[in-house]
Design a protein around this ligand. Structure first.
Ligand code: ADP
Ligand code: MG
Length: 717
């Protein structure tokens, strides 16, 4: 059978693979010299710009001062010279459209007759500041008619420009905002920047209440942990489902899955480690502070996390990290899969967005110190987060609602679809005391004696970790764990910043002008715990009891994207985004429409793939096998030997069932309209087809099975 060749030759080619040579050698090229070497960093600007210009750039970056055209001109000139010295021939305004991807339009530095000549053309401040890609092919969710294609990109000076290298040349990449001709945001960066501006303003108000003078610009910070799968590229290309939909739509469970729990933090396979070194080197070049790498829970699953940065830079760097992971994987003969649930039955992938806020003068504003009950300022910020998450739980659920993430949320592995806050024992105890009338003590950390003399005593954290919470306090920041591995973090961060802004504004309103600040703080915190304490949950988020209890507490449990997405356009969400000038009603509505559209498009592709693969790959081999079995039964019977038709009956019945499944799926698929049809009709019909195919996989001869199996994809490296 011809199918034999594809899959089995893939395995043979992997087994005979020669490892990628030592392209990374940190002993010759120290990370210190590599770090940021491809970025137009502050250090480069300090060297290349006049002191005045540099000072003005710095104040724009650090405290949001407006940039003048003269300054932009000088920066543009320096940037061009720097980029050309690095071999760049083109520049690109990079932007982040609402598909969640990154987009770029490349223009040459050289113009017409000047090509090849001495002179390098115009790259003036104006070109640096503003670009004009054709916006008509990017989703706008009804913001403007297609014939009105104008869209502008605007330079974001707070995110460093960088050089992107490819095999045949280098491009200067300039991070930008992307807006329509009418000024509406068509991207994820614009609202993120606006939300940070709003957050700074309200955080300043709170800090001045605590008597701080000279308060530095307060910035939201983010450190995103990225989970991903790596499989051999040959398998990836022999699975049309992985290739086109990013996840496997078929596949029987392997004999061995993740039940031994032997992969998490296990020794990293050699081939993967080589890949990781190169990823780190590329990220260092781009000034991305990659820090942590390890195996994750599922076989074939890994994680990478950088040091945290200002939220806007972190969001850009996160997009770049995804690009680098894919690019480097390809070089190593691997495919990096960022889908939230590429393989059923093993853990999916998330992006844990660690988030806080802070500045140069007061430091991290969510750091409780050793005695949080005395640290009123910390409690105000933490209380503000609790209020925000409870009040806008539906919004937080909406920003993580995608077709991919739906397979994860609510399943027994990832955070549940119920948004709750884990505070840890120490902080939960402090808020309990506040509820009871006032906090007087904090549980102390203590020491952890391991009981082996050669090992040091470890300082014990005041709270344990909770891996089941969608939103956990982790010592000096919150970790939003429900974000999907494939998502941009910009959307979640904009929402978090905006709702925290709202809470800080509310609290500042209560505290300003109060005769006794301490009493006022006690009162507002008590009020917050009374009204919003229901969102605090320190138990097991996966348990059935929690689902029941959350319902009695009145917490929303929006199980699917179809249930969750409408929150985008709800009155309270529109109200809060408009109040702080982050997004208008039209912009939010467009976001809602685009999210629904993306969701439907994704499932549409998946349904097409299920029909196609089942019909053209599985059905032929299954029915051929049924015929082979029937022939053999007939022959054995005529030879007068004992024979069984058990397998034949099973296979034949499944073949009939498969035809029925495909027909049913096609009908349901073509009738689907509303998002709920896709969730509650198309997906179940796809799953029904998958069940039949997976049952056939367990019966058909291995050598004819056309799709790489779970066992092969997850374990062969
Ligand atoms: P975990 O133990 O949760 O897996 P990791 O070390 O993998 O933690 O990642 C923790 C992330 O939290 C890192 O990206 C780290 O930089 C980030 N982080 C630490 N402090 C802050 C902060 N103040 N604001 C935002 N992120 C932070
Ligand atoms: Mg982690």
């Amino acid at each position: 059978m011809s199918t034999l060749t594809g899959r089995l030759s893939a395995i043979a080619s992997i087994a005979g693979r020669t490892p990628t040579g030592a392209t990374v050698n940190f002993s010759e090229e120290s990370p210190r010299t590599v770090f940021g070497s491809s970025t137009f960093s502050l250090a480069v600007m300090k060297e290349k710009l006049k002191p005045d210009t540099y000072a003005s750039v710095l104040s724009t970056i650090k405290s949001g001062q407006k940039l003048s055209e003269a300054v932009a001109d000088e920066v543009a000139d320096a940037m061009r010279l720097w980029a050309v010295s690095k071999g760049a021939t083109h520049y690109a305004h990079v932007f982040y459209p609402l598909t969640g991807a990154s987009a770029e339009k490349h223009d040459s530095f050289y113009e017409g007759s000047e090509c090849g000549g001495e002179a390098i053309s115009k790259f003036k401040g104006k070109t640096l500041i503003q670009g004009e890609p054709d916006a008509s092919s990017f989703p706008n969710g009804g913001i403007r008619a297609t014939h009105r294609a104008r869209g502008y990109t605007a330079w974001d000076i707070t995110s460093p420009a960088y050089i992107l290298e490819s095999g045949n040349g280098t491009t200067l990449c300039i991070p930008t905002s992307f807006v329509s001709w009418t000024g509406e945001a068509l991207d994820t960066k614009t609202p993120l920047l606006k939300s940070m501006q709003a957050l700074n303003k309200q955080a300043q108000r709170i800090l001045s209440l605590f008597g701080h003078k000279e308060i530095a610009h307060v910035s939201a910070t983010a450190g995103p942990e990225q989970e991903y799968f790596l499989i051999d590229k040959t398998f990836f290309y022999s699975r049309p489902d992985l290739l086109a939909a990013g996840r496997s739509l078929f596949g029987a469970q392997p004999p061995k899955g993740q039940e031994f729990e032997d992969h998490y933090f296990g020794a990293i396979p050699e081939r993967v480690l080589a890949f990781m070194y190169e990823v780190d080197r590329e990220l260092y070049r781009l000034g991305i502070p990659s820090k942590t790498r390890h195996n994750e829970v599922a076989p074939g699953q890994f994680e990478i996390a950088p040091l945290f940065e200002s939220a806007n830079v972190a969001a850009d760097h996160q997009q770049l990290t995804m690009t680098v992971l894919k690019k480097v994987a390809d070089k190593h003969g691997l495919a990096c899969i960022l889908h939230e649930k590429p393989f059923a039955g093993v853990n999916g992938s998330g992006k844990h967005v660690n988030w806080s806020l802070g500045n140069a003068t007061q430091g991290n504003l969510l750091d409780p110190g050793d005695t949080p009950h005395e640290n009123a300022q910390f409690l105000v910020f933490a209380g503000a987060v609790i209020r925000a998450v409870d009040k806008y739980a539906k919004l937080l659920r909406a920003v993580i609602a995608t077709a991919g993430n739906d397979h994860r949320l609510g399943a027994n592995e990832a955070p549940p679809a119920i948004i709750s806050v884990y505070l840890g024992d120490q902080l939960a105890d402090v808020f309990d005391q506040i509820k009871g009338g006032g906090a007087t003590n904090s549980r102390q950390r203590g020491k952890l004696n391991i009981g082996v003399d050669v090992l040091p005593e470890l300082p014990k954290d005041a709270g344990d970790r909770n891996r089941t919470s969608p939103f956990a306090f982790t010592g000096n920041r919150f970790e939003f764990r429900a974000v999907g591995s494939n998502q941009t973090i910009g959307t979640a961060l904009s929402a978090l910043n905006t709702i925290l802004t709202d809470s800080l504004d509310y609290i500042a309103g209560k505290l300003e002008g109060a005769p006794d600040l301490n009493v006022a703080i006690q009162n507002v915190l008590k009020e917050i715990v009374d009204e919003h304490g229901k969102v605090i949950f320190n138990g097991n988020g996966y348990s059935q009891e929690w689902h029941a209890e959350a319902a009695t507490r009145g917490l929303p449990n929006l199980k699917t994207a179809a249930d969750a997405l409408p929150a985008y356009a709800s009155h309270e969400v529109v109200e809060v985004f408009e109040r702080y000038g982050v997004l208008s009603e039209a912009e939010l509505h467009s976001r809602f429409e685009i999210a629904v559209e993306q969701y439907i498009k994704q499932i549409n592709v998946e349904a097409n793939l299920v029909c196609e693969i089942a019909q053209t790959k599985i059905f032929p081999v299954a029915s051929a096998y049924a015929t082979t079995l029937a022939d053999s039964v007939t022959k054995l019977k005529s030879a007068g030997v004992a024979t069984s038709t058990a397998t034949l009956s099973k296979v034949a019945a499944l073949v009939v069932e498969l035809e029925g499944d495909i027909t049913a799926l096609k009908e349901i698929h073509s009738a689907a309209g509303e998002i709920t049809d896709w969730t509650f009709k198309v997906l179940p019909a796809m799953l029904k087809t998958r069940k039949t195919v997976d049952a056939l996989e367990a019966l058909l001869p291995d050598e004819v099975w056309p799709l790489p199996t779970y066992q092969e994809m997850l374990f062969i490296k």
